[in-house]
Design a protein around this ligand. Sequence first.
Ligand SMILES: NC(=O)c1ccc[n+]([C@@H]2O[C@H](COP(=O)([O-])OP(=O)(O)OC[C@H]3O[C@@H](n4cnc5c(N)ncnc54)[C@H](O)[C@@H]3O)[C@@H](O)[C@H]2O)c1
Length: 280
Amino acid sequence: MCAPLPRSLRCGRTIAKCEGVGMEPARQGLLLDRVVLVTGAGSGVGHGIAAALASRGWKVAVNDVDADLAHEVAAEVDGVAVAGDAYTDAATIVERCVEVCGRLDGLVNNAGKLRGGGLEALRHDEVADVMNLNFEAALKLMQHCLPHLEVTKGAVVNITSLAAGASQAGTGVFGASKAALASITRQAALEWGPRGVRVNAVAPGFVRTARGEATSAGTDIWEQRRAVVPLRRIGTPADVGAVVAFLLSDDAGYVSGQAVVVDGGLAAVPVPGSPPADPE
Ligand SMILES: NC(=O)c1ccc[n+]([C@@H]2O[C@H](COP(=O)([O-])OP(=O)(O)OC[C@H]3O[C@@H](n4cnc5c(N)ncnc54)[C@H](O)[C@@H]3O)[C@@H](O)[C@H]2O)c1
């Protein structure tokens, strides 16, 4: 029988699966798969990551603070919904994931947010709000997952951003939070490598999502962005998902402490004043 869940973790479908927790794990049909927990997977980039991993045979534990979204995506990818706030419920999310799935082979810290604004007027509750999710939730989840990943010789992928290394005015502490996440990615690779756990990051450039689409409605921001990306297209959640899947796979078994930039070449764009890259 499952222990009662905190109200904030509303995961009805998970409880239904959880009723079989007392069964021999293999009979639940879950232990045959490698299991990955993806945070913020109910929409956007995280949804793309969940779909990419599921299509490559992973059993995906779909986390989102929005329980309905978590359940929708879990049903779509034949995974398990583990709803909850990645910051406040980090311990329970990992506990529940392992309880239901029986093991943990991967963690993708994808949940993140951007609160815009110039630095001069930035309030400290806004700083905490962004740092708590983009940095500290990821650290907490890594800590809670480590004992399980050590058993399976698993891997972590943290979703940072091009903004971790390139400043953008008016984006509050988003870049700072991602730089901090990039830093602990390298540090964890150093500290946990001897225990068989790999830790890497994926740094997306522009990725088109439903939420981004909604906030930029009525502007030509996507066309402006497309025009500066060397590959002349905006990234998709599937572009990011494919690289995450590689980093979690055995093909990346000797890759740790790295950040893979997925930006269509944007980071290679020359500084203003350089000769044009395109001779036409
Ligand atoms: N979209 C881009 O262009 C882009 C570029 C660079 C980096 N990123 C990074 O990719 C990640 C995903 O971005 P996105 O654009 O898909 O964002 P999004 O806002 O579209 O989706 C984020 C998802 O996370 C969920 N979420 C929010 N707070 C949560 C919490 N506390 N706990 C659990 N889930 C929570 C939301 O409900 C939502 O489903 C973020 O870390 C973001 O910084 C995105």
